[in-house]
Design a protein around this ligand. Structure first.
Ligand code: NAD
Ligand code: USQ
Length: 413
């Protein structure tokens, strides 16, 4: 199939492009390099060095003899989106190209606005281009498990049957996201579902859990094919961070009680799930949702596993939770649809954690201990809100972790 991977220079987009290319699909990648720019803004870097996109594509063609077509541009530019679709003529589009960090979206007003404009407008431009050029293109869109939040009932895959005053309907599952980033995914989901209903588009919304891991079959073939590995307090995700922290001799930063539970999956399963979604397209007019994770863990369990596997001493530290999130909560989420399509998951094992620790040890010299600390607070103070009108390019508000008695709104926790 002709598959266009949006966000194809990112942590998940690049290995997905390689995987689909190796599996015989004709692949194009689109990226604006926004992600590389956030690193400059924050003064952080991927732990594993990454080559430029042009270098990556060149190395892939040398290693595999296969071509990946790069398209450089921004999805918020509607003309760029239209031209790219017209030039590549995809049968499927895998859409990873969004600002994906919850803490980044919570830095201040301008970062919340940027995140929602980038994500929602980019997706809207894409929906219009698909509808106008070829409504048969299957959109495979990355959503997130965090759209659902942590309700006190089982989470279903996108929809729930509700009986109300004696009548029944199947309705979108209620959403209670935990950051302006997660909210942007909810807005996207509504827009995509609406476009399927009114224009007859076909789409799969993949509500993905937290991904861990750094190496895939294809990225391991050459150092210039490596994907990024974030461990900093804004872009690093929990298990990847804990492994780097163990190697750095830094206490594992469990936020709050650590009883929060999240759905997780191995990066190799992300690739497999995307391929399954692409090769089993939604029907014309169908908007379907798959919950893309394989196992759930509490943060304490994750910290415990890293501490058990790491050969040296590991300290686990419970720090004040910078986020507003439920800590003691029920969590049971359905995730059978991808398994029904044939997913054979890589379960989290000591070996997987050892692999991550090994990557962190190899690049130990590149670990910046200053980058590890969480710096973004969900609870804005009155003084922060009063100064939120200014929009510095590198926001001084980054690190606004000042808690005062005037702290506003912290209903959960
Ligand atoms: P990433 O930031 O590494 O990659 C996203 C890529 O999209 C970047 O290369 C960035 O430059 C590009 N991009 C962003 N906005 C763009 C725009 N307007 N136009 C063109 N390119 C743009 O993120 P990732 O970790 O690879 O995540 C990919 C997707 O998967 C995201 O949508 C994210 O929300 C979702 N997701 C990620 C995880 C995870 O644990 N990493 C979990 C669940 C869902
Ligand atoms: N956490 C810690 N310590 C840390 C980092 C995080 O305890 O050092 C906690 C957080 O408080 C949270 C949980 O770990 O309870 C997950 O945080 P995270 O930063 O690993 O993941 P999250 O912010 O949820 O976002 C990540 C990706 C995002 C994706 C989401 C999937 O960055 O793109 O959408 O995972 S999900 O969580 O299912 O919504």
């Amino acid at each position: 199939m002709r598959v266009l991977v949006l966000g194809g220079d990112g942590y998940l987009g690049w290995p997905t492009a390689l995987h689909l290319s190796r599996r015989g699909h004709e692949v194009g990648v689109v990226d604006s390099f926004a992600r590389r720019q956030y690193d400059f803004e924050m003064g952080v870097d991927s732990l594993v060095p990454i080559a430029t996109l042009q270098r990556r594509v060149h190395t892939w063609s040398k290693v595999s003899g296969l071509h990946i077509a790069p398209f450089i541009g921004d999805l918020t530019d509607a003309t760029f989106v239209e031209r790219t679709l017209a030039a590549f003529e995809p049968e499927a589009i895998v859409h990873f190209a969004e600002q994906r960090s919850a803490p980044y979206s919570m830095i201040d007003r301008s970062h919340a606005v940027y995140t929602q404009v980038n994500n929602v407008v980019g997706t809207l431009n894409l929906l219009y281009a698909i509808a106008e050029q070829d409504p048969s293109i299957h959109l495979v869109k990355l959503g997130t498990m965090g759209e659902y939040g942590t309700p006190n009932i089982d989470i279903e895959e996108g929809f729930i049957e509700i009986t109300h005053k004696g009548r029944k309907d199947i309705l979108p599952y209620p959403k209670q996201p935990g950051s302006f980033y997660h909210l942007s995914k909810v807005h996207d989901s509504h827009n995509i579902m609406f476009a399927c209903r009114i224009w007859g588009l076909r789409a799969t919304d993949l509500n993905q859990g937290i991904v861990y891991g750094q190496q895939t079959e294809e990225t391991s073939l050459h150092p210039e094919l490596a994907t990024r590995f974030d461990y900093d307090g804004v872009f690093g995700t929990v298990l990847n961070r804990f492994c780097v922290q163990a190697v750095a001799g830094h206490p594992l930063t469990v936020y709050g009680q650590g009883s929060q539970i999240r759905g997780m999956l191995d990066i190799r399963d992300t690739l497999a799930c995307i391929e399954l979604a692409v090769t089993h397209p939604a029907d014309k007019g169908e908007y379907r949702v798959f919950n893309q994770f394989t196992e759930s863990f509490s943060l304490n369990e994750l910290a415990g596993m890293v501490s058990d596997v790491y050969p040296g001493t590991v300290e686990i530290s419970h720090i004040d939770n910078p986020r507003v999130e439920r800590q003691e909560h029920y969590y049971r989420a359905a995730h059978t649809k991808l398994l029904d399509l044939g997913l054979v998951p890589h379960m989290l094992s000591g070996q997987t954690i050892e692999g991550l620790i090994h990557v962190a040890e190899r690049y130990r010299d590149r670990i910046d201990p200053v980058a590890i600390k969480p710096t973004v607070q969900w609870r804005h103070t009155a003084s922060t809100l009063a100064t939120a009108g200014s929009e510095p390019a590198v926001p001084e508000a980054f690190g606004v972790g000042v808690e005062t008695s005037a702290t506003i709104g912290s209903a959960e926790g």
